[in-house]
Design a protein around this ligand. Sequence first.
Ligand code: ZN
Length: 91
Amino acid sequence: MSLSKDQLRSLLTQVVCAQQDPLDCDRCYEHVAEFAEAELTGKPLCEALQAVQTHLQSCPCCRDEYQALMEGLREVLQNECNDSGSGIVDA
Ligand SMILES: [Zn+2]
């Protein structure tokens, strides 16, 4: 993971401003699975999910949660792909 200076600066600003975050950890937690799924499937982010994304950038706790979820979801999706992949083969 590499961050530019600007990204680092905005990250720091977000940490400092975390208390003004419109989304608290509870609300973030409610939507984080949806957000992870949207990320993986490339769905556009609705407003609620954009708020989740912003919160994740400023909240290490929720980011951990999100990363764990992503790993789990990725495995599920991969398994699904493998299943349907083998089903499609008709020679
Ligand atoms: Zn949080």
